[in-house]
Design a binder for this molecule. Structure first.
Ligand SMILES: [Zn+2]
Length: 486
């Protein structure tokens, strides 16, 4: 901490960030009771074992056989998996797109996350075109007040110039060690030169940049073509942005990162073609990190033909069965590094309003609650991935790549974020049986195997027998340099 303190003292600019950080960081004092999780199967990315977990003072104190603690609250995990708290690398809570505001804010979204076993979300603090990164960070700290799970921020850069570049060290000092750049959207898009320069600058900070890869100019032309052909409903959405729109952008990003000699990540990878481009870059020796989302693994573009096709409008769009197959194979083969939900929920009323003009339908869907259950059901239960891989993809991978050194692993000394998952109960997702603050789910109709029984958040019992018993106790996660840059 003293090095950090010295940095704050030295850097005038960082002082503002420091104040913001301290002003907004939790006010509630945690009430620690020792907790003993007994008889479960503890799963880390490296292996699993039958063991007890003792939690004390917010940290994991011991992992081993037949642990005892006189005054501890005992949680029986017989027949259950004990996972490290899950980390969602991609959420959009309380986002105003300019034409619509998301249904979930940090209050509702983080409760849904916690009920689904996600103890930390990484949301996107987004710079205004004429604003600073510091302003965006302050705004998102305000939005996140009262969160029920832990949270950190990727910083979305909407304007790359000397002023923005000069703010990067302040962001590092404030615990922001990842960024996002958009190749799309008028309010966010930056050009290829900016991507190149930002990659070089972020590398010096030990920060990882993730990029939304689609070719904006081409997809705009295609939207015009599709609509001119008379297709104006949601079925036009995937036609306007087919796989090559993503793959071209991934290929371009890979070459830009090669030139910048910097690591890079692709957010919400959705296509087999895009995967091939990333694979080529890796074969050239580049450091490339890939995120995908449950919707690209489990849903296809057939959904746009449904009566409620507007529900599935998101970008990138849902893809073909062959894309799903390629992504599952990549998951099993260790080519995908982490899974985020891209949770960005809207109500059906918000979506239906623009049903006859697909380019205006608010983009996004709800999913933050179901990532673990979906990946367990369709990944582990089907034998496509092991419980260890599940842990890597949903927790440890994110912790490692996004600088959360004391999370993502169940071991003595680590922060006590844990999930007790009972693999036996069966259920089906419907549009309304979720904790999301909206009336629809793109996953409605999908069967689930298993449920989250208990969640420990920062050493406190937060979900007990599937019921939220602790809210508003989420903490800001001050992150260090990305593992990909260390
Ligand atoms: Zn997103």
């Amino acid at each position: 901490m003293s090095a950090m303190a010295a940095f704050f003292a030295a850097a005038q600019g960082a002082f503002v960030v420091f104040s913001v950080f301290h002003f907004f960081v939790q006010k509630r004092e945690a009430v620690y009771t020792d907790i003993l999780i007994q008889n479960g199967t503890v799963v880390n990315h490296t292996g699993h074992e039958k063991a007890d977990v003792l939690i004390s003072g917010g940290r994991i104190k011991a992992v081993g056989k037949s642990l005892a603690a006189a005054d501890a609250k005992v949680i029986d995990a017989m027949g259950c998996f004990v996972f490290p708290g899950m980390i969602d690398t991609h959420t959009h809570f309380d986002l105003d797109t300019g034409s619509a505001v998301t249904a979930d804010d940090f209050i509702t979204g983080t409760k849904a996350a916690l009920l689904g076993g996600t103890t930390t979300v990484l949301d996107f603090a987004t710079q205004e075109r004429d604003g600073s990164l510091k302003d965006a960070l302050r705004t998102w700290h305000e939005k996140a007040q009262g969160s029920s799970c832990n949270y950190g921020f990727h910083m979305a850069i909407a304007r790359w110039d000397a002023e923005t570049e000069a703010e990067l060290p302040d962001m590092t000092a404030a615990g922001v060690t990842s960024y996002k750049l958009y190749m799309v959207y008028d309010a966010l898009k930056v050009d290829d030169g900016a991507i190149y320069a930002a990659l070089r600058a972020a590398k010096k900070e030990g920060a990882l940049i993730g990029v939304h890869c689609e070719n904006w100019d081409v997809l705009l032309r295609r939207i015009g073509e599709v609509q001119a052909s008379g297709i104006t409903g949601p079925e036009g959405h995937p036609l306007s942005r087919p796989a090559a729109v993503e793959a071209e952008a991934v290929a371009r990003l890979m070459r830009i990162a090669e030139l910048a000699e910097a690591p890079v990540s692709v957010v919400h990878l959705s296509t087999g073609e895009g995967l091939l481009e990333a694979r080529r870059a890796r074969e050239r020796g580049q450091k490339v990190f890939l995120e995908s989302c449950p919707q690209y693994l489990l849903l296809t573009d057939e959904a746009y033909k449904a009566e409620d096709g507007e529900k599935y409008v998101m970008s990138p769009p849902l893809r073909k069965a062959e894309d799903q197959a390629a992504l599952w194979e990549a998951l099993a083969g260790g080519e995908i590094d982490f899974i985020g939900t891209d949770h960005c929920s809207f109500t059906m009323a918000q979506k239906r309003e623009f049903r006859s003009d697909f380019k205006k339908i608010p983009n996004g869907g709800a999913g933050v609650q179901h990532r673990l259950q979906l990946l367990y059901t369709y990944g582990v239960e089907t034998g496509r991935i092991t419980p260890e891989q599940l842990t890597e993809l949903l927790s440890h991978g994110a912790a490692r790549h996004f600088g959360m050194d004391d999370r993502g692993v169940i071991a003595p000394g680590m922060a006590a974020d844990l999930v007790v998952y009972d693999p036996l109960p069966e259920s089906v997702i419907t549009d309304t049986n979720t904790a999301h603050n909206t009336d629809n789910s793109p996953f409605a109709g999908l069967a689930l195997k298993g449920e989250v029984k208990h969640v420990i958040l920062n050493g406190e019992h937060a979900v007990e027998n599937g019921r939220l018993i602790l809210s508003g106790s989420g903490r800001y996660v001050h992150r260090t340099a990305s593992g990909c840059c260390k």
